[in-house]
Design a protein around this ligand. Structure first.
Ligand SMILES: Nc1ncnc2c1ncn2[C@@H]1O[C@H](COP(=O)(O)OP(=O)(O)OP(=O)(O)O)[C@@H](O)[C@H]1O
Ligand SMILES: [Mg+2]
Length: 244
């Protein structure tokens, strides 16, 4: 079995017929690895995630998951294929309580019922004590950091093979942001592949086996961690086209 989980081949995509936001994107995420995607505001990072998730259809090229073309997949079917997304905005139901948010995917998906979800649920409550304490409170009443914990807890229960994570540390205190990065590393220990987007470029490079730089909708540099580690500041400035 190939260890390539996700592969984008020459993907061009956008919101309007005559304007391409992403041009000829090539990118891979392997089993058990974090692939980091960095780029300035508006570069097209979230658009890339929306394209993988089926909110946008590629105008050209293909998105393959475990070798199969994902074209035409509906966002709500992703979970059945073993893919979860933690979007830049919240994916929680604010009026449902913590426990309902955690168990909804399991209860609504026969495909998830068979695995050891009960065990995982207990694990999640141990791993995130604040969620245990607030399990009957509405998700919308939690703080930003607690809501982020809930998003990660949900993924932990579902155990997808691929997780797409868009700006997980945004708006979080440095302590909680660091916890988020540690959870992501924990995810990959079981073989999950992660596509990570975050503005904390140094941390992304530190924890990613492969890194991609997206600039104005094009991948302008990519390589393994070593390539990016030495002169990160200078390289990133150059790749992002910054002249200061
Ligand atoms: N729903 C939309 N309809 C039309 N254009 C959009 C839409 N969402 C984003 N865009 C445009 O696509 C481009 C890329 O936006 P995107 O949100 O993918 O960038 P990003 O790299 O995720 O930025 P950020 O770091 O700010 O999250 C921008 O020019 C943006 O204006
Ligand atoms: Mg974005």
């Amino acid at each position: 079995m190939s260890d390539i989980l996700l592969e984008l081949k020459d993907v061009t995509a956008g919101y309007a017929r005559d304007i391409d936001v992403l041009t000829q994107i090539n990118l891979r995420v392997h089993r058990g690895e974090i692939a980091g995607l960095i780029g300035l505001n508006g570069a097209g990072k979230s658009t890339l995630i929306k394209t993988i998730c089926g909110f946008l259809t590629p105008k050209e090229g293909s998105v393959l998951f475990e070798g199969r073309n994902m074209s035409g997949i509906k966002p709500h079917q992703l979970i059945d294929h073993g893919i979860c997304c933690i979007p830049q905005e919240s994916s929680l139901f604010p009026f449902l309580n913590v426990e309902e948010n955690l168990l909804l995917p399991i209860q609504s998906r026969r495909s998830l019922k068979n695995n050891s979800w009960q065990e995982r649920y207990e694990e999640v409550l141990e791993l995130f004590p604040i969620l245990k304490e607030k399990r009957y409170q509405a998700a919308g009443e939690l703080s930003g950091g607690q809501q982020k914990q809930l998003e990660f807890a949900k993924v932990w229960i579902i155990q997808p093979r691929l997780c797409l994570v868009d700006e997980p540390s945004i708006g979080l205190s440095p302590k909680i942001a660091e916890e988020v990065f540690v959870w992501l590393e924990k995810f990959t220990q079981d073989g999950m592949g992660v596509l990570l987007i975050d503005h904390n470029v140094r941390r992304v490079v530190e924890m990613s086996q492969n890194v991609y730089v997206l600039s104005l909708g094009k991948i302008t540099a990519s390589g393994n961690q070593e390539m990016f580690k030495n002169d990160l500041h200078g390289q990133v400035k150059e790749w992002l086209g910054l002249n200061y």
